[in-house]
Write a protein of this length. Structure first.
Ligand SMILES: Nc1ncnc2c1ncn2[C@@H]1O[C@H](COP(=O)(O)OP(=O)(O)OP(=O)(O)O)[C@@H](O)[C@H]1O
Ligand SMILES: [Mg+2]
Length: 501
């Protein structure tokens, strides 16, 4: 178990223009412990992590390593002292291979002074294997990997530095259960080796599996540090949000009317979607459950016109349609809240307000006269509705915390007001309080007659919110369940093994 203290951070303060992201925060890390950092979106978790990693320079306070004060000038120096990070936002270079990414800027050389690709690929392969990820080929280009696979490569890269301290910022947000358990196996191994781990996560069910202590942040301040078995989940949530939180899932019973969208034997060219026939009615929330790689995102990409349909049909309001591009799909009234906010979701260098109206611009300003005043007003409206933590909707999205960026992606679609909404992992990286707000919002959208398809790897969320669930495995719909027959064990088993009715 945990040994002597390796790192202490005392009185850490970090000020961004117009706000104090960290206010006099104390934190410490012991050898062989997992110290979990929790708090709502925007509480300051990533900022604290970045101060420790020297990615940010704190405006006040002191960090000591083995009792000696350190003043790192940038992440390189922290890395040299053995502190490495798996960041919340991905940092891989898409157009080079997995092996090249892992050994970027520290490539092995042959005797002749050439880059030793073979050795890099071999070591990358071994690292991935130790994470039970032999299905990721070290030769493949990062841009061809799924979000989950990229996350595993990030983790392999961090481990390749053989660090003393690892910071994981929401590492499991994009992972399936199987990948999560591989990661946790690794974490237990690292703990046994005496490595200290700082772990940022919103998933409370993970805490008892790996954690030793928990520090709660709220609005940039430290609320408390507790031992893992010292407080209940409920107490923890109350510390995080500073108010009483009881009911999580809201699903008002409603009557669905006619069919909104239906597919018939849908297939894609990659062979990831095979004869998928699903129906979503107006006013209905349909869950699409399955493991990462089951073909759920690929199905969404066919409906939204990102990838071409190879065979099969799509009907919207009973009429056959061909969404040949996202623009065409949007015109048909289909919206996709994507799981990869960096790739499809946001223009990070534009303001929050502009991102909020990005899809609905032509709807709001049909005559091409854009008034920024109106844009800002709509931005404000959604800032309030979704409780996006910022003082100013003119700020660039880049400066929002991860979870708040996800809320802007939601705002963008909600302001467009499509009839059919596909949510792909809608609450990934979102804190408990905001999750409940999003569930309530989905419930409200359904009662307004919207048809909702929710792709989610979080079983409690699928079960809590759906009226009906399809289960997908290896590209095929293997089962369908009505709300009356939901039960976590059956659905879980069907996701792994296939079959359920
Ligand atoms: N580079 C930056 N410039 C300006 N403000 C920033 C910057 N980085 C973070 N902030 C602000 O500091 C606050 C804390 O952000 P931080 O990213 O640490 O939150 P977090 O706890 O990691 O949240 P999440 O759970 O959403 O990831 C937020 O209000 C955020 O908008
Ligand atoms: Mg964060």
């Amino acid at each position: 178990m945990a040994g002597k203290t390796i790192l202490t951070a005392k009185h850490i303060t970090k000020i961004f223009p117009g706000m104090k992201a960290l206010d006099d925060v104390d934190f410490d890390l012991r050898e062989g412990e997992v110290h979990i950092l929790v708090g709502e979106n925007g509480a300051g978790k990533s900022t604290l992590a970045k101060c420790i990693l020297a990615a940010y320079k704190a405006d006040g306070g002191e960090i000591t390593l083995d009792g000696t004060p350190v003043h790192f000038n940038g992440t390189k120096e922290a890395l040299a002292a053995g502190i490495v990070a798996v960041y919340q936002e991905f940092t891989l270079v898409p157009y080079i291979t997995v092996a090249q990414n892992i050994f970027l800027n520290r490539e092995y050389k042959t005797k002749a002074g050439l880059v030793d690709l073979k050795r890099m690929e071999q070591e990358a392969g071994e690292l991935l294997k130790s994470l039970n990820c032999d299905y990721i080929d070290p030769h493949s280009f990062v841009k061809e990997l799924s979000v989950a696979e990229q996350q595993m490569v990030e983790i392999a890269k961090a481990l390749s530095f053989k660090p003393r301290i690892i910071v994981f910022d929401e590492p499991t947000a994009a992972l399936s259960d199987r990948e999560v358990s591989s990661l946790f196996e690794q974490i237990h191994r690292l703990k046994a080796e005496g490595i200290g781990i700082i772990y940022v996560s919103h998933r409370m069910q993970e805490f008892p599996l790996i954690g030793d202590r928990i520090t709660v942040l709220r609005d940039g301040r430290k609320i408390r540090t507790v031992d893992i078995d010292e407080c209940t989940n409920e107490e923890l949530v109350n510390m995080m949000v500073g108010r009483d939180v009881s009911q999580v899932y809201v699903r008002t019973p409603n009557t669905h009317s006619g069919e909104a969208i239906r597919t018939e034997n849908l297939c894609d060219y990659k062979g990831r979607v095979k004869n998928v026939s699903i129906t979503i009615h107006k006013g209905e929330i349909v869950g699409l459950a399955g493991l990462v790689g089951a073909g759920r995102t690929e199905t969404a990409e066919l409906l939204y016109g990102i990838n071409p349909v190879k065979s099969g049909k799509i009907y919207v309001n009973g009429k056959e349609v061909e969404p040949k591009s996202p623009v065409a799909a949007t015109k048909l009234g289909i919206g996709l809240v994507s799981e990869d906010r960096k790739k499809q979701g946001l223009a990070l260098n534009e303001s929050i307000a502009l991102n909020t109206v990005a899809v609905s611009l032509t709807k709001i300003f049909p005559r091409f006269f854009m008034s920024y005043g109106k844009v800002r007003k709509i931005g404000e409206e959604f800032r309030e509705k979704l409780r996006i933590a910022t003082t100013d909707v003119d700020k660039k999205c880049r400066y929002l915390s991860g979870g708040n960026q996800q809320k802007v992606v939601l705002a963008k679609w909600l302001s467009y007001d499509p009839d059919i909404l596909i949510f792909d992992e809608p609450t990934r990286g979102i804190d408990v309080g905001a999750k409940m707000e999003i569930y309530a919002l989905m419930d409200q959208l359904a009662s307004e007659g919207k048809a909702i398809l929710m792709i989610s790897s979080e079983l409690p969320e699928v079960i809590g919110m759906s009226d009906r669930i399809y289960i997908m495995k290896e590209g095929v719909i293997t089962g369908e369940l009505d709300r009356a027959n939901f039960d976590a064990e059956t659905i879980g088993a069907a996701m792994m093994l296939g079959g359920a009715e």
